[in-house]
Design a protein around this ligand. Sequence first.
Ligand code: 6GU
Length: 252
Amino acid sequence: MKITVFTLFPAMVEPFFLSSIMKRAVEKGIIEYRIVDFRDYAEGVHKKTDDIPYGGGAGMVLMPDPISKALEAEGASGKRVVFPTPSGRLLTEEYAYSLSQEKELFFICGHYEGLDQRVIDTYVTDEISIGDYVLSSGESAAVVIIDALFRLIPGVIASESLEDESFSDGLLEYPQYTRPYRYCTKSVPDVLLTGHHGHITQWRCDRRLEKTMLNRPDLLSDASLSIEERKRLLSILEQDKRTCQEWILSEL
Ligand code: 6GU
């Protein structure tokens, strides 16, 4: 896949392509990337890229000319062009998967500014938000979107790692432990040392149900739990209630 990022701050984006799993994907030739400073397409001595909004109001707006010249020069016209914005469609694992199927993607990063609507109407195919909060920069959002999608491209990550993780079946992940057995006053749950695969699987399944119930109860209704899992959830609730009661009583 070829990824082109248009930004006024290349230094915010470049390190991501030079590190860790993305670095390996680039070295393997699975990802090819270009980072384009669209100030290079701006005119005049000041190389102005933004201007005040028509109709008044706070903030600045990215001018149509520099960014559209950059998009044309890089061949973005008619391709899938992403504009990260808090007013976009929410990024999900499914959405990331649909983006991962493309041969080529373009990202336009705004900073504090909005983007002239005519550029959105002409070139942008996907306005994407990464959550219900506001960031100062589209660059960090673009990096999040790229991170979520590139790891789903075959060959980037072992497929077993993808199958086992949160969102592949709608439940959050179970907790992980490594050596040493004792850390400060805490030891590793004994079931993990038994070597009994059935018990370990059951324990992990319970922890996933418990974690999802506590951190993301909204995910449970979509997770289509089996009768057995519903029963486990009930007994986890009972156990948690008893633990909570014991704790309250011990503090009285
Ligand atoms: Cl995509 N951009 C910015 N600036 N803020 C955001 C966002 C994107 N998604 C959530 N907040």
